[in-house]
Design a protein around this ligand. Structure first.
Ligand SMILES: [Cu+2]
Length: 188
């Protein structure tokens, strides 16, 4: 094999390897584009079961978030549901009463602008967006008091928008729930 032939040979090998890698790269790019297209079309065409809406201008008039339905309620399965709303510049109820050692579902929304519920020292942190219901699961191992500031800037009174969460003993909560209705810290 002459030097010239050897040169041509190695040039061919290099070209072949290059084509192979180029093909590989194109396959990856096409694959990613197909994945993105699939994900986009899928989420655009599938209903989103977790999105619950509500009319913020009618919250106080009817439906789940009327004032008499706000607060904590002991469900028949032993779990607790808390319903709350945020508005400039307070939460209703201002102090949420819940039992320790119980699965709790927080359902909340906003009556005006975007607010946030953050329960300090826990992983509870959700936005309250007018028109949408935010749902979050909570669990408190021990009794105690927690601060619950609004953590989305909601205009001039934002820094004064604080709520509280009071976690009481499970049996004490069950006792208080016996009278029916919705519980909050009022009278506690
Ligand atoms: Cu706020």
């Amino acid at each position: 094999m002459s030097a010239e032939e050897a040169h041509r040979d190695s040039a061919e090998v290099a070209a072949r390897v290059e084509r192979r890698w180029a093909t590989f790269a194109v396959i990856i790019i096409v694959g990613m584009a197909l994945l993105a297209a699939f994900a986009g079309i899928h989420s655009a065409t599938m209903p989103q079961p977790r999105v619950e809406t509500t009319d913020p201008s009618r919250l106080h008039l009817s439906g789940e978030f009327v004032e008499s339905n706000l607060g904590s309620v002991l469900e028949t399965n032993g779990n607790v549901t808390v319903r709350a709303i945020g508005q400039q510049y307070s939460f209703t109820p201002a102090c949420i009463l819940v039992p320790a050692d119980t699965p709790i579902t927080l359902r909340a929304t906003s009556a005006d602008v975007v607010h946030g519920i953050l329960i300090q020292g826990t992983n509870v942190n959700t936005m309250l967006v007018p028109g949408y219901i935010s749902e979050q699961l909570m669990h408190f191992a021990k009794t105690g008091d927690y601060l619950m500031p609004c953590q989305e800037f909601c205009s001039f009174g934002h820094e004064g928008m604080w709520g509280k969460v009071k976690v009481i003993d499970k049996t004490e909560f069950a006792d208080r729930a016996k009278s029916g209705g919705r519980l909050s810290c009022v009278g506690q």
